[in-house]
Design a protein around this ligand. Structure first.
Ligand code: GRF
Length: 203
């Protein structure tokens, strides 16, 4: 499966995908890693593994549309068929979403539909929930909203803050994101309205 991975920061999810590909557990090929942030540490990770890297700085475009047109052409030119958002901190417009309909995945650090938006880990810790986790979903035109592929749950403790809860969640992000991509690569995913069916998945 030819994929493009879009990042803005540390890129630990990118790393988990690279590791699964290199170990042979994930039948995908990273055609390009794109960052809107030239200082993203994930770009170093990509370099270390010999991956094509492109920086597309949103600040250098006069409109969201121009920025996204550049993103779309970069992804298409690289030959990627699926877009993996891995800590990419820009909201994508309907234009971008329609360009890769049902071919964009996102990971969110909370159990959607709870705590969408920024800092889902901190929101959950402050709310005082007893469990939280992470969600891999298809991207649609609303933020943190599309059909859910997989979720993982972790305990949330009274003494947690966004950082301690976030670390516990991140470990599971690194397990479920490669898993979801692998299902997609194996063509085991079917979208039926809001529901995602995965063939032969263990409940
Ligand atoms: C993760 O918590 C992810 O859920 C969120 O942004 C963070 C990215 O972390 N969307 P990393 O850059 O993959 O380390």
């Amino acid at each position: 499966l030819p994929i493009a991975v879009l990042i803005s920061g540390s890129g630990s999810n990118l790393q988990s995908i690279i590791d699964k590909i290199e170990s042979g557990a994930l039948q995908a090929e990273i055609k390009v890693v794109i960052s809107n942030n030239p200082k993203a540490y994930g770009l170093e990770r990509a370099k270390k593994h010999g991956l094509k890297r492109t920086v597309i700085e949103h600040t250098k475009f006069s409109s969201r549309e121009d920025f996204e047109k550049r993103l779309v052409s970069e992804i298409e030119d690289a030959g990627a068929k699926v877009v993996i958002l891995a800590g990419f901190m820009r909201i994508l417009s309907p234009y971008f979403v329609r360009s890769f309909a049902q071919r964009i995945l996102n990971i969110h650090p909370a159990i959607l539909p709870s705590f969408p938006g920024l800092h889902g880990q901190k929101q959950a810790a402050q709310y005082g929930v007893k469990v939280s986790g992470c969600t891999v979903h298809f991207v649609d035109e609303k933020m943190d909203h599309g059909p859910i592929i997989i979720q993982a749950v972790v305990p949330a403790l009274p003494e947690d803050d966004g950082n301690t809860l976030g670390e516990r969640i991140l470990k599971w992000e690194h397990r479920i994101y490669p898993q979801a991509i692998s299902w997609l690569a194996e063509k085991r995913i079917e979208i039926c309205g809001r529901k995602v069916k995965v063939k032969n998945a263990q409940p």
